[in-house]
Design a protein around this ligand. Structure first.
Ligand code: SF4
Ligand code: SF4
Length: 313
């Protein structure tokens, strides 16, 4: 995959992975997070691996499986095999989801459901009292919401009509002109993820170069300052990949140069490994030290110090 800026996004209705209420981790106050399906990057450590593909997927959770065998009888493609660990032979599955209808325990589920702007707004509306009392709101996340720029613009405009505080979390690979024109006016804040400073490393671990991402970050910092929209850079700390002194110092210097005063560091956690297996994915970090462990406190502090040296809180 190249680093060309994507066109102004896909038209039509995205698949929504989940609408999760009561979040305290995705902005101020109590928030409802709308997770979009599909992302133009392919980060090896993606913490929402079920959001990478644009299309629907079949998930199998072995902990929920009662071993009844109904799915084996149901599957018209003979794709379910309880003698294999993954339970589903993905090469045979054509995503008809008949097994999901049959499964009595919920072990098999469909990932991604088409939802109109009105349907998402109706779900969010129930949480308005929580937003008012906590200073919260709605965060669009993913996947990458800007893959569906027109939909984002319409959804955010609707949320603003409802008086909702809005944040969009992004991987930074989008058409900046379209974003500034159609999405930014409906946002209170942008949470902008930056992973690796070196383009070759970015290509190696995230599937594309980072030239557009870095240019978009600079452009949004400028547009955000002009328009009164907060742009918060966030950096996922991936041991031995993004969380190296060399990468963090280079990113800290870049942030200061762009006028940032704050940075959010996202601590590595290994929960994505289980989620990857559920949708039949493999672990691209298998065999690497620390990929199956939570970060040590001392390592997080070392990373934080790299930014404090550049007076980034
Ligand atoms: S989604 Fe359809 S083809 Fe795939 S395993 Fe289930 S029943 Fe079989
Ligand atoms: S139908 Fe559901 S509970 Fe029964 S064997 Fe299949 S996955 Fe397990």
């Amino acid at each position: 995959m190249g680093d060309a800026p994507p066109a102004a996004g896909r038209t039509g209705t995205p698949l929504i992975l989940e609408i999760k209420g009561n979040s305290l981790d995705d902005g101020p106050g109590i928030r409802t997070v709308v997770f979009f399906k599909g992302c133009p990057l392919s980060c090896a450590w993606c913490h929402n691996p079920e959001s990478k593909k644009v299309g629907p997927e079949l998930s199998f959770d072995p902990r929920e499986c009662a071993g009844c065998g109904l799915c084996i009888e149901t599957c018209p493609r003979g794709a379910i095999d309880d003698s294999i660990e993954a339970h589903v032979d993905r090469s045979r599955c054509d995503l008809c989801f008949e097994c999901v209808e049959t499964c009595p325990s919920g072990a098999l589920s469909r990932v991604g459901r088409e939802m109109s702007v009105g349907e998402v707004a109706a779900v969010v509306e129930k949480d308005l009292p929580f937003f008012r009392t906590s200073g919260g709101g709605v965060t669009l996340s993913g996947g990458e919401p800007t893959l569906f720029m027109d939909y984002c613009s319409r959804l955010l405009a609707r949320l603003k009509e409802m008086g909702v505080h809005t944040i969009l979390e992004t991987c930074g690979l989008f058409d900046a002109d379209a974003f500034v024109r159609t999405v930014l006016p409906h946002l209170d804040a942008v949470y902008f993820d930056l992973k690796l400073y070196d383009p070759a490393e970015h290509r190696r671990w995230c599937g594309t170069g980072n030239e557009t991402v870095l240019a978009n970050f600079a452009e949004l910092m400028r547009a955000g300052l002009e328009g009164g929209v907060e742009v918060l850079p966030r950096i996922p700390l991936i041991p031995g990949i993004t969380a190296t002194d060399e990468n963090l110092e280079a990113l800290a210097e870049l942030l200061r140069g762009a006028g940032a005063e704050r940075v959010a560091l996202l601590e590595y956690n290994p929960l994505w490994l289980e989620k990857t297996a559920k949708v039949g994915g493999r672990n691209p970090l298998a065999g690497r030290d620390a990929s199956d462990r939570w970060m040590e406190r001392s390592d997080v502090e070392r990373c934080r110090a790299a930014f404090e040296a550049f007076e980034l809180a």
